[in-house]
Design a protein around this ligand. Structure first.
Ligand code: F3S
Length: 375
């Protein structure tokens, strides 16, 4: 199917609105043609990843500074965590040279109109509505938006989300269409899931098995935080952009699952995920991958960490008296960043994490443990 463009869009492709807009449209049209999009559709918001200087280095910084001279975001645009806590980076030992370059990246993004949300959970600030089209590039947020909220976004890369933020449109294919959101495999969960970390282990296990297919979970009992943990791990280990969960997620009811391939996950398989991600004594713990929800933060405020523990969450998410309680209990609260994208983790040989996504990205440094066992 050919991608239909309006006369206005054709003129933009011919350069009517300048070179940067032309480049963004070119990228989106190519992407749409490659994946069978029928047209470009307006988006409500964009969320950009690839913000940390640790990940994008000088080439990324120069690219963003360059494009920021000619581009402005047309839709609400939020951004992922960067490489440091913007207020406490000095006391946490981040080098001046790193901080200077990180701040240049943020200045370029702010200049284009980004909101410096610096979180992988932008939905705690504005929750997308069911059916809303988005262009989001953080895989855990993509999975949450599609599955838990019923909004619609493909798993964008940093360049396509940036182009969509500038253009205000995205090609209509994949998860934007009903047929791209259908369940492809049924996962019966007989495992007893007691900790939020168990949901993360389930996502890790199923992601590896289904590799990009959309699972339909049967037998799950979960709240939004557990679904967030499940989706983040599914997205990390299996590039899964969405899931359905019987009686829990908005589009589950519509799924026809009778003829689908079926699989089952029991408690033994959940235990084997922990065994596979085991390691020597960790020096510190990191909770908040994805960033903690307000409810999770409140749940931690009367607990005591067993070892030095970093809690990662969006800034301005919870009232200051809750933060005070956490600090009093000797948690180290980090905003704007996380231990995966910050050079801070280089200080440690072993980190305990309660998230299989964090374990996946931290590799041999990580030890997966139940959150309850870290408190
Ligand atoms: Fe968020 Fe960092 Fe995890 S960006 S999803 S806390 S790896």
């Amino acid at each position: 199917m050919a991608l239909y463009l309006t006369k206005r869009e054709e003129r933009i492709l011919d350069g009517e609105q300048g070179e940067t807009m032309q480049k963004c449209y070119r990228l989106l049209v190519r992407l749409g043609e490659a994946f069978g999009a029928d047209r470009l559709i307006p988006i409500k918001s964009a969320h950009l990843s690839g913000i940390s200087y640790s990940s994008i280095g000088d080439p990324g910084l120069e690219f963003l500074e360059d494009i920021s001279r000619g581009a402005r975001f047309r839709v609400e645009t939020t951004i992922n965590p960067c490489g440091m806590d913007l207020r406490r980076w000095r006391e946490l030992g981040i080098e001046d040279g790193f901080a200077r370059k990180q701040l240049r990246i943020l200045r370029a993004l702010k200049g284009m109109g980004a909101r410096l949300s610096l979180t992988c959970t932008p939905y705690y600030f504005r929750e997308p509505k069911r059916g809303e089209h988005l262009s989001w590039a953080e895989s855990s947020a993509v999975c949450y938006a599609n599955s838990v909220l019923g909004a619609r976004t493909n798993r964008e890369g940093a360049p396509s989300a940036l182009a969509a933020a500038v253009a205000g449109v995205t090609p209509n294919f994949g998860l934007h269409r009903d047929e791209g959101r259908r369940a492809e495999v049924v996962v019966k969960v007989t495992a007893e899931l007691k900790s939020i970390s168990d949901y993360s282990a389930l996502g890790y296990k199923v992601g590896k098995e289904v590799k990009g297919k959309i699972p339909f979970f049967k037998g799950l009992k979960a709240g939004r935080d557990e679904l967030k943990a499940l989706g983040a791990a599914l997205a990390a280990s299996g590039s899964v952009p969405m899931f359905h969960a019987e009686a829990l997620t908005p589009e589950a009811e519509r799924q026809e699952i009778g003829d689908l391939e079926k699989t089952e996950v029991d408690s033994r398989e959940i235990r084997s995920v922990y065994e596979g991600l085991r390691g020597e004594e960790p020096e510190v713990a990191f909770l908040g991958c994805p960033h903690l929800s307000p409810e999770e933060v409140r749940g931690l405020s009367d607990r005591r960490p067993r070892m030095e523990t970093y809690l990662c969450m969006a800034r301005n998410l919870v009232p200051t008296h809750v933060l005070r309680l956490l600090r009093k209990a000797k948690f180290t609260v980090l905003h704007d960043t996380c231990l995966v994208v910050s050079p801070l983790s280089r200080k440690y040989k072993k980190l305990a994490v309660d998230s299989a996504k964090a374990a996946y990205y931290l590799g041999e440094k990580a030890v997966l443990m139940r959150r309850e066992d870290l408190l």
